[in-house]
Design a binder for this molecule. Structure first.
Ligand code: URA
Length: 245
């Protein structure tokens, strides 16, 4: 069960991106905020906030946006970046506009390259984010890689050995598991998150990744009905599946 925190109404709505404190005070004064069927008149009212709030509160007749902490699962399409800073289309552009104004803000849990598709988590929960990407936890991530050349046959042993050094690095990679799908397709499960790791691993064995798609993080699989660019809210208990490995 989610724990309810108390928050001032104007602060809550400002943090959810509904406008400045002044804007949301005007919204309340205009009778646009309804809680449990009652129009709220006092923007300074303290209310209990938990994941059920969108079932209880409406703003201009629409359910209020989900409060923090929020975890989203997204099917990242090709061609968008996970960075807030880089040029070009960003993964955040695929979310509702107001969500870009939230405080705390939303960030991806680790990153996928612009030309990698698949499962990505997005959250405003710093504790959850750090637990997933912590190098100490070794949360496994599974990628489907399409290769330029046929596999030579010994890549699984090279990746499993725990001795592979990537160019410019000082520590060998941890053991990784390769499952061959066909001559030019393989699933690779890694437990680290080094820069361009999967592409560099195949480059290290003389191959080249032509397409990369993340299928799984820990115990969480990309749902088959989540189309590229779509996202869904993950209830806290489902998000914890990441650690079920
Ligand atoms: N490894 C890569 O090379 N790219 C990604 O996006 C993720 C893992």
């Amino acid at each position: 069960m989610s724990k309810a925190l108390m928050a001032r109404l104007d602060r809550l709505l400002a943090n959810l991106g509904y406008g400045s404190r002044k804007d949301v005070q005007a919204l309340v004064a205009g009778g646009k905020v309804v809680l449990d069927g009652k129009v709220l008149k006092d923007a300074g009212l303290r209310i209990a906030v938990d994941a059920t709030l969108p079932e209880r509160m409406t703003i201009r007749g629409a359910p209020v946006d989900p409060p923090a902490p929020l975890v989203l699962i997204m099917h990242k399409p090709l061609g968008v970046t996970c960075s807030h800073k880089e040029d070009g289309e960003k993964i955040y552009d695929l979310l509702p506009r107001r969500w870009r104004l939230r405080d705390p803000g939303l960030s991806t849990v680790g990153r996928l390259d612009k030309e990698t598709s698949g499962l990505i988590l997005i959250t405003d929960d710093g504790d959850f984010l750090h637990r997933v990407i912590s190098p100490k936890r070794h949360v496994p991530k599974t990628y489907l890689a399409t290769l330029d050349r046929p596999l030579a046959g010994a890549e699984d042993e090279v990746f499993a050995a725990g001795t592979l050094m990537l160019d410019g690095e000082e520590k060998p990679l941890l053991p990784a598991v390769l499952d061959v799908v066909d001559a030019k397709t393989a699933r690779l499960t890694i437990t680290e998150g080094r820069y361009h790791q999967v592409r560099r691993m195949f480059a290290a064995v003389g191959n080249h990744v032509v397409a990369l798609h993340r299928e799984r993080i820990g115990g969480l699989t990309l749902p088959a009905d989540l189309e590229p660019g779509q996202h869904r809210i993950l209830p806290a208990a489902e998000a914890e599946a990441v650690f079920d490995v």
